[in-house]
Design a protein around this ligand. Structure first.
Ligand SMILES: *Cc1c(COP(=O)(O)O)cnc(C)c1O
Length: 361
């Protein structure tokens, strides 16, 4: 048996072991072709099928209606920070954003290059420990943008804000894509870097409703138009074939596991195990997120002192619980428990945290 640790890194993050095993099995000789998917022409029918299967699995698992396009792009979610305004802006209309943390801020910064940005709600006043309530976007907004899950602060939307009829909701779901059942009709655009909840780094999933492809000005560079990639089924240029292939294997695996309903059940169970440890620790562990904004994916918490936090991270490593150091802007600790993290891994962590508390009180 190959040694594997419990990997709580925020991204790139842990992948399902059966997926890695399957990739290993197929590495040298994919389906009898005598070559790896890494070496396969993106114009071959075999690659075409991989990508088509991946797109269809996204549609199936998320229940996407026909009018949504599934795109496989490069440049990370950070590239979508500017592609969204570039493709969706409308002269004279504000682009409206909710600021719930570091990634929202970066998205806002890029949008400002393309016109007027209005921040309609923010949780910066309390170090991004909550998701604002009663968010109101205006009737004349070009689009409304939110960050579905705040990877650094550990907060997540549990209800989607309403938008006026003609204002599409754009959501950065990099760290909570497919963590629960959603109604895709709430969204005009969803984008996500794959490396947190979907697959390896190097590919970005973008889901765009058909009518929104028409807004982009003709004189926009070809690669920067979502429409180009929708028209060419993400094969306008060479896609990140290997990354798409691994995403396909992950998607197949989620389907086999019962789809998003089952995944959601498991994610809620995992998150509850850790939040219960925090809530029952008499303040030894202090959760960063307000309870009603808690993320299913990134559990953030602090201990009494930075020294104690360091010790906790170090001790955890000795038990093969890896990647628990928090982001520098919140400090403390963060357990990223994406879809691929097992219940067993979370139970091991919970057990360790309880023991660590007993030994340090
Ligand atoms: C990680 C992350 C990003 C950045 O993704 P890249 O693919 O590295 O550009 C953006 N948004 C959120 C919410 C993230 O967690």
């Amino acid at each position: 048996m190959v040694k594997r640790v419990y990997n709580f890194y925020p991204g790139p993050a842990t992948l399902p072991l059966p997926v890695l095993e399957k990739a290993r099995e197929e590495l040298l000789n994919y389906k009898g072709l005598g070559m790896s998917v890494m070496e396969l022409s993106h114009r071959s029918k075999e690659y075409d099928k991989i990508q088509e299967d991946a797109s269809n699995l996204v549609k199936e698992l998320m229940g996407l209606p026909d009018e949504y396009h599934v795109l496989w792009l490069q440049g990370g979610a950070s590239t979508q920070f500017y592609m969204a305004p570039l493709n969706l802006r409308i002269e004279g209309k504000p682009m409206e954003y909710v600021n719930t943390g570091a990634w929202s801020k970066k998205a806002i910064k890029e949008a400002k290059f393309y016109g007027t940005v209005k921040v309609v709600a923010s949780s910066e006043d309390e170090n991004f420990s909550y998701i604002p309530k009663d968010i109101e976007f205006s009737e004349d907004a070009a689009y409304a943008h939110i960050t579905g899950n705040n990877t650094i602060y550990g907060t997540e939307y549990h209800n989607w804000p309403d938008t006026p009829d003609d204002v599409p909701l754009v959501c950065d779901m990099s760290s909570n894509l497919m963590d629960k059942v959603i109604d895709p009709k709430n969204f005009g655009v969803i984008y996500a870097g794959a490396q947190k909840n979907l697959g390896p780094a190097g590919v970005t999933l973008v889901i765009v409703r058909d009518d929104l492809l028409k807004r982009v000005p003709e004189e926009t560079p070809t690669m920067q138009k979502w429409r180009t990639h929708a028209d060419k089924r993400s094969l306008f240029n060479t896609p990140p074939c290997w990354a798409v292939y691994i995403c396909k294997l992950v998607l197949e695996y989620w389907k086999e596991k019962g789809g998003l309903k089952e995944i959601e059940k498991r994610n809620r169970k995992k998150a509850k195990i850790l939040y219960d440890v925090i809530d029952n620790s008499n303040g030894f562990y202090k959760g960063h997120a307000k309870p009603n904004s808690r993320s299913l994916m990134n559990v953030t918490f602090n201990l009494e002192t930075p020294e104690l936090e360091e010790e906790c991270v170090r001790e955890a490593e000795k038990r093969d619980l890896i990647g628990l150091k928090g982001h520098r802007s919140v400090g403390g600790m963060r357990a990223s428990i994406y879809n691929a993290m097992t219940v067993e891994g979370v139970e091991k962590l919970a057990e360790f945290l309880k023991e660590f508390q007993e030994n340090h009180e």
